[in-house]
Design a protein around this ligand. Sequence first.
Ligand code: NAG
Length: 431
Amino acid sequence: MFLLILFGCSVMHVYADDAAGVADLVLSCVLVEDGAAHGEMGGGGGGFSRSPATLVLRDVSVGSDQSLEALTPFIPASEPDPGLVLIEATVSSPEIPNSDLLLHADCNGQEVTCEMSLFSPGDSTKVSDQAFFMVSLSIEGADISTSLILQTLKVEQPTQRQTRLGLPLSQSGTVLSEVIMVVYSDVKSVTAPLKEDTLLPCNFKQRDSPLGPDVHIEWRVQHRGKGRKVLEMKTPLEETEGQTEMHAERSGSSVNAEEVVSEGNASLTLSRLKVSDEGTYICTITIGQFHAQQVIQLNVIQLPEVSLSDNKLVLKSDTTLTCHSSKYYPLDAQIEWYSRGPEDTERVVFSGKTSLSSHRRHGDGTFSLSSHLIVPQTVAPGTEITCEVSHPALDIPLSETATVKNPEPDSYWLVLGFLIITVLFFHQVMK
Ligand SMILES: *[C@@H]1O[C@H](CO)[C@@H](O)[C@H](O)[C@H]1NC(C)=O
């Protein structure tokens, strides 16, 4: 059975206890349930129904430098309503990463998106009244995302049950739970240059009493509908027992086992990036019967190299100037031509006749493109002709400039004269 709860929400209010450096985070949410599981018609896409829900994260630690005066405390209703989905989670261990960002998302007008699913871990013997929630949190505009696993806590002598979920409620009408595992990443996408090494961050934390003796890490990548495994690692969480097993499908990929054990750092290093490394990476952390994921997008870029066929142009009837933009990635490069006459202060788009070559693809996946410009003989000497290449990897377009020269008769005669003298000189010497 898979019950999905979606929180499309923003932080409602926060209660802070300055002395303890902790605060309560209250997320106002939307509960989306699988309609089929409840014999209901879906309220929208795919047979899911939506209803409001609230997630209260208790005792989230906050930095001492935070100003929390404007925050209002979370006060449970005096008359608990079992119809409300009010999930309360204690998060003192493990701590929620980037909680200060969550706390301030509301003030900054950023939307917090939180998705929650109720699940039954694999082969667990089901304890009555015990449930597990998977929550994923992200903040609009901030490059972080977090997955939490919540386990419900035992309620002593429950007087009420939540109507939809059937779970016992605390005195204040909440479903009590604790965070037992967190998987998080401080970036959602990484853009890295070809041939360099890059790091895809993925971190985890678990509660004090370990969920299992070892951690299993799997990195997969998906690109254009195809998925493959990048790396798999299993390592004991206690250094004394067992051996680390690592299997890298992509050569030059690695996860540092020491960092995994000491820091919960399961970040993936990819050495010498190739175009084929691009894709959506999924980091799955499994401890015992629990697993949680993070998704990170990897984009590969390579700056174009720009060159012109000539830097000085002496115009004839069919002078062509060629601009090469070579070895770039991704494909979207644009070549534009500009000119600036000797008297002009501003450049203008060149109105000559241009033609583009077709894109050439190299063995390493990069592209090249050339643009040919026919320069009319009427262009005044001293005019600068610029080829400008724009590419997503460039903040400012790259450019190369050629200058139109006088067809200088003086130097022509000078060279000719020099040649005649040389010939005469040798003629004399040979005799
Ligand atoms: C995580 O480990 C990698 C090495 O695998 C290291 O480069 C990186 O700095 C570590 N990240 C943190 C946050 O410690």
